[in-house]
Design a protein around this ligand. Structure first.
Ligand SMILES: [Cu+2]
Length: 590
């Protein structure tokens, strides 16, 4: 136990390892049909909305608690919505006809509304006929038109009615009332009531529209008036999505995700830890065609195949590497999918038990699962880091593994060699010519970058000496380039930098409009320099005039058999490790 606790914690948390490593975890056994594994071992990877709930006016707050960790945060987004209500904030005035209502913006469309204009007062009474013979002022009666209270007096001059003065405007008129003049000894005078402007008293939503993510703008125009204004409120909605804004750390079990506020209820969610693909590998037992003896080989496995498709793809030791990894120094646990760790699911299509060994790897047995589906935890003597694991017939073994990168006081070069060192370059003899997806993919003997070249093999001599051994290519990040300068030359920008690495396979040039990014990759294909210390240049011809560009450069190390194939073949896998970026340099084009 003391020894175990001096080691890095298990890659994949599992109860069987708790006593040895002082951890408290739940099991993460892989089943026979699994193609990926999910577990909690630090940060969260995603939060999954399992129920949207209903009635939310604004996105609810999301809280993540428990599970042994802290710091994870998420935000909720509501589903696109309809307009629920319109609220008149000002009726304005002076409307002599019904104005139109426009509902715009907010990400949606299709919402329509009509305005309701209030009842009106009179603005005046016009004399439409003066009449004659008025000895005294006639009386004026205003009636009808739906309203009441309007009063007026007539003005007589030269025995004619020359004007009618409104003494009270009344209210509630929806159409012009009738004006009647009587008395005063004369006849023939007539008046016409003129309605005044009104305010908007209401809005009627005639279609709620769809797709609104924020309240749209309501505009009231026309109708002769001014000043009417309104706001829209969206209808309540369900939570439509969640975004993990901070992954937190320290989670060893699923935390609780809860929702509060926002006016609604019922939203539910699950937090997920890390999910990693199980890399399908196989042990195949064929027959040697020359001597008829059994010939065990390592290879890959096509997942989810059926009875009519071969599932195992055996590989010679000279076939292109199918085990390629990113090397990450000082990885202490499987905290992210990019830290160089892989999980292999090795299925054993045969009858012998093999002692399979990985050179320079930390290997953790997660579990075994028989072809009958029975899950078998690691044996007591398998708790801890291993580099050799027993492979039983008709059983899958699931292991997490990562390459050990020893600290060395100098940079190590890549292993670049012919696939088959016993054959001339250009030879096409002696390869299986099948890629890991089981598609034909012809191979030519050529120089291949194996990076830091490790192997895995059976430890039984009769097997390993008969090709039950495969190379593994580990990509180790180069040293970052230095001394980047960017210089405007004519209509281009010329970059110069100093190579500091002996294991780069290319340089990556990235460009941004400011030092804080975002960075766009201009090219991944600047050829490597010979040795380290030499100057490398690249000319960026895709620049506009009058612009500021910020540049940085990275060195990349790509391992594996690099070759493109026509679909459906996907070819052989490669892995890339990039250096940190160089310093930045600016150029301002004229
Ligand atoms: Cu063996």
């Amino acid at each position: 136990r003391t020894y175990a606790r001096s080691q890095p914690a298990p890659l994949v948390p599992e109860r069987a390892y708790d006593a040895a490593f002082g951890t408290t975890t739940s099991n993460t056994y892989a089943r026979i049909q699994d193609t990926s594994a999910t577990f909690f071992n630090g940060p969260l990877s995603t939060v999954e909305l399992t129920g949207g709930g209903s009635g939310y006016d604004v996105p609810p707050d999301v809280s993540i608690s428990g599970g042994g960790g802290a710091g994870a945060q998420a935000t909720a987004t509501l589903a696109p919505r309809s307009v629920g209500t319109l609220s008149l904030s000002s009726g304005g005035g002076g409307y002599t006809s019904v104005p139109s209502v426009a509902i715009t913006g907010g990400g949606g469309a299709g919402a329509t509304a009509t305005a309701v204009v209030g009842a009106r007062a009179l603005s005046g009474v016009a004399v439409s006929a003066n009449g004659s013979n008025y000895a005294t002022v006639p009386s004026v009666v205003i009636s009808g038109g739906g309203g009441s209270g309007a009063t007026a007096i007539a003005v007589v001059s030269g025995r004619r009615v020359t004007s009618i003065l409104l003494t009270s405007a009344g209210s509630g008129y929806t159409s012009p009332p009738t004006v009647t003049l009587s008395g005063g000894g004369g006849s023939g005078a007539r008046g016409t009531a003129v309605l005044g402007g009104a305010s908007v008293t209401g809005l009627t939503l005639t279609a709620p529209g769809t797709g609104f993510t924020s309240p749209p703008t309501v505009t009231i125009v026309g109708g002769g008036g001014t000043g009417a204004a309104a706001t829209a409120t969206l209808s309540p909605a369900a939570v439509a999505s969640l975004s993990l804004t901070s992954a937190g750390d320290g989670y060893t079990a699923s935390p609780t995700v809860s929702f509060s506020g926002g006016g609604g209820s019922g939203a539910t969610a699950l937090a997920h830890g890390l999910t990693m693909t199980l890399q399908p590998k196989s042990i195949v037992e064929d027959f040697d065609p020359t001597f008829g003896r059994m010939n065990a080989m390592l290879g890959t496995e096509v997942p989810n195949t059926n009875a009519t498709t071969q599932t195992s793809i055996p590989d010679f030791d000279t076939d292109p590497p199918t085990e390629v990894l990113r090397g990450t120094p000082a990885a202490t646990r499987l905290g992210s999918a990019a830290d160089g760790t892989q999980i292999w699911k090795i299925t054993h299509n045969g009858v012998d038990t093999h002692a399979v060994h990985w050179h320079m790897f930390d290997v953790q047995v997660i579990n075994r699962v028989g072809w009958d589906g029975a899950i078998r935890p690691p044996d007591p003597n398998e708790i801890g880091w291993k580099d050799t694991v027993r492979m039983n017939p008709l059983e899958d073994v699931i292991v997490a593994l990562r390459p050990i990168l020893p600290d060395v006081p100098f940079e190590l070069p890549n292993s670049v060699r012919p696939l088959d060192p016993t054959s001339p370059l250009g030879s096409t003899l002696g390869f299986h010519n099948v890629d890991p997806t089981n598609q034909p993919a012809p191979v030519t003997n050529k120089l291949v970058n194996f990076g830091w070249e490790y192997v895995w093999h059976c430890h039984l001599l009769g097997h390993e000496e008969n090709s039950m051994m495969r190379p593994m290519a580990v990509a180790v990040a180069p040293v970052a380039p230095t001394g980047l300068t960017a210089q405007v030359v004519g209509r281009t920008v010329r970059l110069l930098w100093r190579d500091q690495s002996i294991n780069e396979t290319s340089f990556i040039v990235q460009r941004a409009r400011s030092a804080s990014g975002p960075w766009a990759t201009i090219t991944t294909g600047v050829p490597p320099a010979a040795g380290s210390g030499s100057t490398v240049n690249f000319i960026d011809t895709s620049v506009a005039s009058g612009s500021t560009y910020v540049y940085r450069v990275l060195a990349a190390n790509v391992v594996g058999y690099v070759q493109s194939y026509a679909a459906p073949a996907v070819g052989y896998p490669t892995a890339s490790a990039e250096s940190p970026s160089s310093g930045i340099s600016n150029a301002v084009t004229p």
